[in-house]
Design a protein around this ligand. Structure first.
Ligand code: PGA
Ligand code: ZN
Length: 413
């Protein structure tokens, strides 16, 4: 179908809403002169990388709303649909600061996505297909990374390691979702068996908060993955363990301070390598501090060869094209995490995808710990040809993305 001539923006709004942690964030809504309408909310992180753009200007969401009224609301009326680069560039100019501290990266993210969504609607296309512009068609569905146990800043009283992950791959996306849920349940069952009297809670991303140490929690995850894998739920379903260490969160004065041990840089590289080999980890995110491009490269040379383990940069890159270019030159990682609101627009996120792709690295689209129930994230791996989607296992705001993927799959069949 050839999209008809694009319409124009007739109205934009920005409002304060709340994320899954109950913190204020923003939602943008855009109308066109032909009566289409779309809205998008922006998520928020808790373990934020230091090189992320500012989520909100100083003074918070209220100041973002004021500045939106002063610099965007009327000025963007009349802009033509269908030119994401022009829209995002105009947003950057309206902000005028390198770290988006005038409007806030969450404001630009919500607007960038609302614009993409209303364009897709005007074209009569799903978001991913509109963004892909004829590429990645038919779509390849991503491997799913789901958070089974939470620690770090996402869980009170949990281990230091932030996320104990299952990486699920299957010929059918809904089988991968089922597999992740089964591993989550199995971990819950074992925790209850082991701590019959304890009050067991869940963290910000829906994973269990384990009352165990780092190593024991990992053993629990690995063994639960194995049990469910061995059950053979579906042909071709693969459930393998991984970690997001978010190591910058427990990096103090040059050392990695765990509750059980303190390691220097070489010690940390050796420790992560040992865990990867011993437990067959297939996904290792932010194993080192966010400034240690060289240390990442050492680890990737050891465990990432041939794509055996995905070594993923999140806080290391903060979806910043310049930092990703540096990491690709140094072979710091073989995978790059994408969070639109770390950089503020879809256009810059796409630039990161291009840099990663040119270096032969994979990309993984990711949620934030504070999410909205918006489904738009599910479209990004299809649009960008990403190998992975990281969006948790349970919780309505996480399931909204997984269910959208299931919907997209059923439309393609
Ligand atoms: P955040 O963390 O959304 O709280 O920043 C998620 C992650 O580190 O992947
Ligand atoms: Zn991370």
């Amino acid at each position: 179908m050839t999209p008809s001539a694009p319409g124009r923006i007739s109205e934009l709004r920005l409002r304060r809403i709340f994320d899954s942690r109950g913190n204020p964030t923003v939602e943008a809504e855009i109308w066109t002169d032909r009566g289409e309408r779309a809205r998008a909310g922006a998520p928020s992180g808790a373990s934020r990388g230091v090189h992320e753009v500012m989520a909100f200007p100083e003074g918070g969401v209220e100041v973002a709303l004021e500045r939106f009224r002063a610099r965007v609301k009327d000025q963007f009326v009349g802009q033509v649909l269908g030119d994401q680069t022009a829209f995002d560039t105009a947003l950057r100019e309206a902000d005028g600061s390198p770290d988006l501290s005038t409007l806030g990266g969450n404001t630009t993210t919500a607007l960038s996505l609302a614009y993409a969504l209303v364009t897709a609607r005007a074209q009569g296309l799903p978001l991913w297909r509109s963004l892909a512009g004829g590429t990645h068609d038919p779509p390849v569905f991503p491997a799913l990374a789901g958070n089974v146990l939470n620690g770090g800043v996402h869980a009170m009283g949990g281990p230091d390691i932030q996320e104990f992950i299952v990486l699920a791959e299957a010929p059918e996306i809904s089988w991968a979702v089922e597999g992740m849920v089964a591993v989550h349940r199995e971990v819950g069952r074992r925790l209850r068996e082991r701590f019959p009297q304890a009050a067991l809670g869940r963290g910000d991303e829906g994973g269990w908060v384990s009352p165990l140490g780092n190593l024991e929690t990992l053993e629990l995850l690995v063994s639960a993955c194995q049990t469910i894998q061995d059950r053979g739920l579906r042909a071709g379903l693969s459930l393998r363990p991984g970690l997001d260490l978010a190591a910058s969160e427990f990096f103090r004065e040059g050392r990695y301070v765990y509750r059980e041990q303190t390691l220097d840089r070489e010690g940390q590289i050796g420790f992560v390598q040992e865990l990867t080999d011993r437990f067959g980890l297939v996904f290792v995110e932010d194993p080192l501090d966010q400034e240690d491009f060289e240390g990442f490269a050492q680890l990737t040379a050891q465990v990432g060869r041939g794509g055996r383990t995905w070594v993923v940069g999140d806080d290391l890159y903060t979806t910043d094209p310049g930092r990703v270019a540096r990491g690709m030159e140094m072979a710091s990682t073989n995978a790059v995490l994408l969070k639109v609101n770390q950089v503020g627009t879809l256009t810059e996120t796409r630039r990161v995808v291009e840099r990663a792709e040119a270096a032969g690295a994979w990309t993984v689209c990711s949620h934030r710990s504070g999410e909205t129930p918006d489904p738009w994230l599910a479209h990004l791996p299809l649009a960008f040809g990403s190998r992975g989607l990281k969006t948790g296992v349970l919780g309505g705001e996480r399931m909204a993305k997984l269910n959208e993927l299931v919907r997209l799959r059923s439309r393609e069949s």
